[in-house]
Design a protein around this ligand. Structure first.
Ligand SMILES: *Cc1c(COP(=O)(O)O)cnc(C)c1O
Length: 404
């Protein structure tokens, strides 16, 4: 259709949806099968089991044909009752959206305010729970990787805070932009409901969402009074045991999910997390060399999935992003609500490698020059030096092993 397209692939460097690898595209490109027939059961069991491995949990994982927002709603309606208090932490735009949903559903969210430049403060959560002697708060909700800011919350620390306060609240965590990108352990960290989505670290198109669920959350569900039908875990449980779903699942996306799980198994989750951390560090070195500022101010909270960069005062992040799109056919993430126009976000998650990152950073550095944004040159070089150095140090122990 385009008369003189740019040539080559579009660079989709927003923090989700992410680039879908050819292997997954090929897996999806198959005739849809009967979702009540015998062949489906094998696929259903494979993805339900595989997702337990990705979430690192032994309990059930529920898979919905929906965007991530649906899984937010599912987590709440399956466990809580009208008027229940939920303690949420304002890490950024996505935490704010989850809070809005809770309020619309008839819950009473209590929002611990923050400046969008760090992860959730476990001490603040502990203090609030400690003051709730009547145990009016029924759930604590935290976004693991806040996609609007590039800050990660320490979920193990939040668990420890709930335990220290000896509080029975459920712990719910949104991992939509961290699952299969940043280390996450549903069981080990004592999470009751983990929310996930298909279109970020899992490398799939949008359209699947997940709830990983603890025994405690299932038990809470038996007494929870919020109305639920489409999202009901109870309706899922019976059919899921045989590898089936209560209504028509996204069959072709499940073909893709089985392929994504196979790819993650081949690469190993630890190696996938290490790759994301390496690309994030290389990106931050580029940002520093350009003389620009990161939105995230806490190095312990730096995200492996994305980097949010503040624009110099007087320069519009969206005008800069337009320049990059027009000249280099690359999409960068925009600033959301509070930071609209003030930040741009570099997605470096999912199916991604060193040279794709090099291309991404080159497009940004050229874009900064073309858009007249004050910066220093050399960001790309700083990133390349780091990436090459990381290769070198990874190669050395292997060489030593060969010699001995
Ligand atoms: C993308 C994202 C969402 C929203 O998911 P949708 O699929 O757009 O509904 C929620 N939370 C986080 C942390 C996200 O990154």
């Amino acid at each position: 259709m385009t008369q003189s397209g740019p040539g080559g692939r579009h660079f989709l460097q927003i923090p989700g949806p992410t680039n879908v690898p050819d292997r997954i595209l090929r897996a999806i490109d198959r005739p849809t099968i009967d979702h009540r027939g015998p062949a489906f059961a094998k696929l259903g069991k494979r993805v339900l089991d595989g997702m337990r491995w990705v979430f690192r949990c032994k309990g059930p994982v529920f898979i919905y044909p929906s965007s991530g927002t649906g899984a937010w709603e599912a987590a709440l309606v399956n466990t809580l009752s009208p008027g229940d208090r939920v303690l949420m932490y304002e890490t950024g735009h996505f935490a704010t959206l989850w809070k809005t949903i809770a309020a619309k559903l008839g819950l009473v969210p209590e929002f611990l305010a923050s400046d969008w430049r760090r992860g959730a403060d476990a001490a603040q959560i502990e203090a609030r729970l400690g003051a709730d002697a009547a145990h009016a708060i029924k759930a604590v909700c935290v976004v693991h990787n806040e996609t609007s800011t590039g800050c990660v919350s320490d979920v193990a620390a939040v668990r420890a805070a709930i335990d220290a306060a000896k509080h029975p609240a459920l712990l719910m965590v949104d991992t939509i932009s961290s699952l299969a990108s940043i280390d996450y352990r549903h069981d080990e960290w004592g999470v009751d409901v983990t929310v996930g989505g298909s279109q970020k670290g899992l490398m799939l198109p949008p359209g699947l969402a997940f709830n990983a669920v603890s025994e405690k959350a299932l038990a809470a569900g038996r007494h929870a009074k919020l109305p639920r039908a489409y999202w009901s875990w109870e309706e899922m449980t019976g059919p899921n045991a045989g590898g089936y779903f209560p209504y028509t699942p996204s069959t072709n996306l499940l073909f893709g999910l089985a392929e994504a799980i196979a790819m993650l198994e081949e690469m190993g989750l630890e190696a996938v997390f290490a790759r994301h951390a390496r690309h994030a560090e290389a990106t931050r070195r580029a940002v520093k060399a350009w003389g620009l500022e990161l939105l995230c101010v806490d190095p312990a909270a730096y995200s492996g999935s994305l980097t949010a960069v503040l624009m110099p005062a007087g320069h519009d992040a969206d005008a800069f992003r337009r320049t990059v799109l027009e000249h280099f056919d690359m999409s960068l993430g925009n600033g959301l609500s509070k930071v609209s126009g003030k930040v741009f976000r570099i997605g470096h998650l999912g199916d991604f490698n060193d040279l794709m990152l090099a291309g991404t950073l080159a497009g940004i550095e050229m874009g900064l020059a073309l858009a007249g944004v004050p910066h220093r040159k050399g960001g790309v070089q700083a990133a390349l030096d780091y990436l090459a150095g990381a290769r070198q140090s990874a190669a050395e122990p292997k060489k030593a092993a060969v010699r001995s």
